[in-house]
Each structure stands twice: as structure tokens, then as C-alpha cells.
Design a protein around this ligand. Structure first.
Ligand code: FES
Length: 128
């Protein structure tokens, strides 16, 4: 299946998304909604020695949202929390070789959900 305007990488991550699912008892959890379309993305992380050792996502959204979720999990896995916090919405879209302009808003969810999960982890650490 090819879709005008979508890169091969977007189609690959949409058709074969990486790291789909839920982590039971995650160290960090982020959930964000897209105000433009109402789609929702959740990210679960496991952290060891300040490194994201496991990450999964669950997205109720369009193909671009699924592709960007999949890509952000690949980018974040194995990174330190600081490195992962520096991943931007643009980094995710660039790694997918771009998204059609009308779909750029979909890529916002992925980086935002990742950052929300990391901040959730950091807040829990402060409470310990
Ligand atoms: S249309 Fe909702 S995230 Fe893409």
C-alpha cells in the first residue's frame, strides 16, 4: 500500500509499529490528547540507572500518530532521560523523513507523551 504524501518510513512504522503495548507497573506514564482531532496517546517507560530500558505505547489515533509513536519509542529506548527529554517533535518527524503538512500536528503527540512519561517518573522519584 502506498499513500501519496507519506514517506516509506511512515508507512513502515504504521503497518509494523514497534513497541506497541502496555508495561504493567511502569516507572513513568504519560498520556496526551490532541486537541485538533481528539486522538489520544499513552507512553509507558521503565527506567534503570537513568536510562530508558523499556518503552511501549498505545495510541488511539490516525496512521501518522501511530507511526510517530512507534518512531519515538525507537528513538528513546536506550537513551538517558536527559537525552530523551531533548527529543523534539521535529526530530520525530525528521526521522520519519517528514510528514505531510496537514499531518504535522499528529507528530506532536509522540514527543509530548514521551516527555510526560519522563516527567511523571521524575516526580515519583522526588516523592520517594
Ligand atoms: S489526526 Fe489525530 S493524531 Fe493525527
Amino acid at each position: 500500500m502506498t499513500q501519496v504524501g507519506y514517506s516509506k518510513k511512515v508507512m513502515d512504522h504504521f503497518m509494523n509499529p514497534r513497541n506497541v503495548g502496555v508495561i504493567e507497573n511502569p516507572d513513568g506514564y504519560g498520556k496526551v490528547g490532541n486537541p485538533v482531532c481528539g486522538d489520544v496517546m499513552e507512553i509507558f517507560i521503565k527506567v534503570h540507572n537513568n536510562i530508558i530500558t523499556d518503552i511501549k505505547f498505545r495510541t488511539f489515533g490516525c496512521g501518522s500518530a501511530i507511526a510517530t509513536s512507534s518512531m519515538v519509542t525507537e528513538l528513546a529506548k536506550g537513551k538517558t532521560l536527559d537525552e530523551a527529554l531533548r527529543l523534539t517533535r521535529k526530530d520525530v518527524a525528521d526521522e520519519l523523513d517528514g510528514l505531510p503538512p496537514q499531518k504535522m500536528h499528529c507528530s506532536n503527540l509522540a514527543a509530548d507523551a514521551l516527555h510526560a512519561a519522563i516527567k511523571n517518573y521524575q516526580q515519583k522519584q522526588k516523592l520517594k
